[in-house]
Design a protein around this ligand. Sequence first.
Ligand code: 0L1
Ligand code: MG
Length: 260
Amino acid sequence: MTEWNVERAATVLADAEAGRTDRGPLTDEWPGLDLATGYRIQDEILRRKVEAGEHIVGVKLGLTSRAKQQRMGIDSPLTGWLTDVMVLPAGAPLVTRELIHPRVEPEIVFVLGERLSGPAVTAARAMEAVSHVYAGLEVIDSRYTDFRFSLPDVVADNASASRYVVGSVGRKPSELDLALEACLLEVDGEVVDSATGAAVQGHPAEALALAANSLARRGLALEAGWLVLTGGMTDAAFTRPGGTIAVHFTNLGSVTIGCE
Ligand code: 0L1
Ligand code: MG
């Protein structure tokens, strides 16, 4: 039997993504997989993507809201990497056959005007680093069958990252009360869920601080110009070819994804 290690796990997950095939969680076969090793696998997959020409454009948080934690059965937030290849330009279709089983969730997105480096970053300090706030839709596509995973599994799988769309309305953080910023999630024109920014760790700034402090434990920081997806505000919506998923925010505008 082949031993599990970081390189092998990275290859298995990268192959699943490239081949659009899901698989069982790593921990079914590697019960000793811990959180720190999960992040080493995540970083190894990123290293290979960068070597292949992708550029890091930011970070995503996952499982920052109660809705997401309850749905996935995991109560710890996590971080993952965003690259330029994951961007879905506004108006471009989501081609579902290019992915495994994509789901879509509404997010509040920060663009950083300055570097943000932990430890001990507070929500107030985190917001000072934010240049603009946007609406977003994240497309998640776990490489694990039925999105069944433990925390080390989903960390290794880059927090199920797949695609994301950022809205066109950028607001200065001082113009908004982000805890009260509300969104409606629509599937095929019907409202299926709603939330306010308070769903994300009480305030999305807390999620941003969490990302900076979590990266600092690995000797990393959030860089100026990066995007930060602060985590799904509601449960994720299922996609289907021909379907449309939209989010409408109070002040941040709307974002729509049409699925093919
Ligand atoms: O697949 C998942 O739901 C885990 C990633 C979490 C995404 C999020 O909460 O934004
Ligand atoms: Mg998300």
